[in-house]
Design a protein around this ligand. Sequence first.
Ligand code: G4P
Ligand code: NA
Ligand code: NA
Length: 193
Amino acid sequence: MNFLEERIQKDGIVKEGNVLKVDSFLNHQMDISLFEKMGEEFKRRFANAPINKILTIEASGIGIACIVAKYFDAPVVFAKKSKSINIDGEMYVAEVESFTHKCKNQVIVSKKFLGPDDHVLIIDDFLANGCALQGLISIVSNAGGTVEGIGIAIEKGFQSGGRTIRNLGYHLESLAIVDSMDAENGTITFREQ
Ligand code: G4P
Ligand code: NA
Ligand code: NA
């Protein structure tokens, strides 16, 4: 097991409905030393990519993205979730459906902060169905930029997002891939990588 898998094993809590709670170290209280290790590891896995920008989505991608960005010496842009339809042409927009929350959101990024010269590393905390990720990819593509890679902390390997994104040809690296989990006895099985 790698450092993140060990931490998930130690402090993650399996909830009913295939939900993994990691709020003591990842997406509510945040362990910055752990984030630094993640940054180092993403830097190693994407060493040969000419990354000049990190893109994430609010809320819980932001903390990780900020620490990861230090290792790439690149600024962070985060897509904002917006319910308003009042988009003025200054924004890239993507429609994102949340299966967990059963709602549709628009995510927006200002055209000022993303363009054809950008070589983007997309960062997020979770990958489940991949809707948020598909939205971010379409925003980079609308901007004429290049998705150099996608770095995820925890992929839920039993949901379809990871497979879909890899089949599209993207370089997707997940630091931990959960293949199964059991709320009754708290066991978590990770995919060998
Ligand atoms: P998708 O983007 O992969 O399609 O994910 P989905 O709609 O299924 O998930 C909606 C939200 O729930 C996402 O956060 C996602 O990160 C999070 N999520 C999915 N599975 C788990 C899980 O097992 N545990 C935890 N803790 N979170 C999970 P969000 O609501 O879009 O953003 P945020 O504001 O929480 O960052
Ligand atoms: Na989340
Ligand atoms: Na997230």
